[in-house]
Design a protein around this ligand. Structure first.
Ligand code: ADP
Ligand code: MG
Length: 140
């Protein structure tokens, strides 16, 4: 087993519905530990840059609008195989395809408003963590 760090966002649809605690409980019960966390309102520029990999996709503008529609919680999670474990706990991108018990199946509103983000690789986790957190904000 390898201890990893991954990056997570609790998205505006979830903060709006007061689901921060319920989502963190699922992450903690799933074996992950929050080692950095802050509630912020993304700027348009931050959301555009964060999702720039999707900028040619038809849903990009809507996604940026959604991600700036309310506050988010950005966080660093640590644990055994944290990148994959977080993706398992989140469930599939489309909540209709997500396994029962996963965060997206339980809480997501739609394919776009799907409650959580999680890094898809260790390499992207590092990039995403560095985008939002300085080393002095992470307490392992
Ligand atoms: P994931 O968040 O599971 O890694 P992607 O990286 O493919 O998924 O997409 C990023 C985010 O863009 C998704 O979490 C979702 O909010 C949104 N999204 C993805 N595909 C669509 C789509 N077809 N229509 C609307 N929004 C989408
Ligand atoms: Mg992704």
């Amino acid at each position: 087993m390898t201890t990893e760090r991954t990056f997570s966002i609790i998205k505006p649809d979830a903060t709006r519905r007061n689901l921060i605690g319920k989502i963190i409980t699922k992450l903690e019960d799933g074996g992950l530990r929050v080692i950095a966390q802050k509630k912020i309102h993304l700027t348009k520029e931050q959301a555009e840059q964060f999702y720039s990999v999707h900028k040619e996709r038809p849903f990009y503008n809507d996604l940026v609008q959604f991600m700036t529609s309310g506050p988010v919680v950005v966080q660093v999670l640590e644990g055994d195989n944290a990148v994959l474990r977080n993706r398992e706990l989140m469930g599939a991108t489309n909540p209709a395809d997500a396994e029962p018990g996963t965060i997206r199946r339980e809480y997501a509103e739609s394919l776009e408003a799907n409650s959580v983000h999680g890094s898809d690789s260790l390499e992207n986790a590092k990039i995403e963590i560095d985008f939002f957190f300085g080393a002095d904000e992470i307490v392992g």
